[in-house]
Unconditional design. Structure first.
Length: 152
C-alpha cells in the first residue's frame, strides 16, 4: 500500500494538514475577533472577559495553540511529501494522531458520566477532533512503511 502512494501525495495526510492549518488560522481569527469570538468558540467566559479587557493572556494562549496546530499541519504535509521530511516524523505523527483522537473520544465518557456537562461546543469540537485524528491516523497507517524507513 505504501509503495503505491509514493507516486502521489497521500490524500488523508493532505486533508489532515489542511484541517490543522484551518484550525490554526481559525485561532488567529479568534484573536482578532475578540471577546465575542472567544465566547462563541468555547474558550470560556474568563478568557472572553480577559480578551474584552485587552489582557495579553488570551491572545498569547491562543497564538501558542495556533502555533502548535501550524506545526502539526507541517508534519502532516511533510509526511504527504509536500515539505521536506522532518526529523522524528513518525513519532510526532503518532503523538499528534493520538492527541486528536483522545480529544475526540473524550465525548464518550462525558456523555456517559456527565451528560449535563455537554453543550454544543463539546459536541462539535469533539467530532471535529475525531475527524482530524482519523485523517492523521489513516494517513500514518497508509504511510507506515515509508515513515519507518531510514531516509538519512
Amino acid at each position: 500500500m505504501a509503495g503505491a502512494s509514493r507516486q502521489k501525495h497521500n490524500i488523508f495526510l493532505l486533508m489532515a494538514g489542511a484541517l490543522s492549518m484551518l484550525a490554526a488560522l481559525l485561532h488567529i481569527g479568534i484573536i482578532f475577533g475578540g471577546a465575542d469570538w472567544y465566547r462563541f468558540f468555547g474558550a470560556g467566559e474568563e478568557m472572553a472577559v480577559m480578551a474584552g479587557q485587552d489582557s495579553w493572556i488570551p491572545p498569547l494562549v491562543t497564538l501558542a495553540i495556533a502555533t502548535v496546530l501550524f506545526l502539526w499541519a507541517c508534519c502532516a504535509f511533510s509526511a504527504a511529501r509536500l515539505l521536506p521530511r522532518f526529523p522524528l516524523l513518525k513519532p510526532a505523527l503518532i503523538i499528534i494522531s493520538s492527541i486528536y483522537l483522545a480529544r475526540g473520544l473524550l465525548l464518550i465518557p462525558l456523555w456517559i458520566g456527565w451528560p449535563e456537562s455537554l453543550n454544543a461546543f463539546w459536541v462539535w469540537s469533539s467530532v471535529t477532533s475525531l475527524v482530524y485524528g482519523l485523517c492523521h491516523a489513516i494517513g500514518v497507517w497508509q504511510e507506515w512503511e515509508w515513515l519507518s524507513a531510514n531516509h538519512a
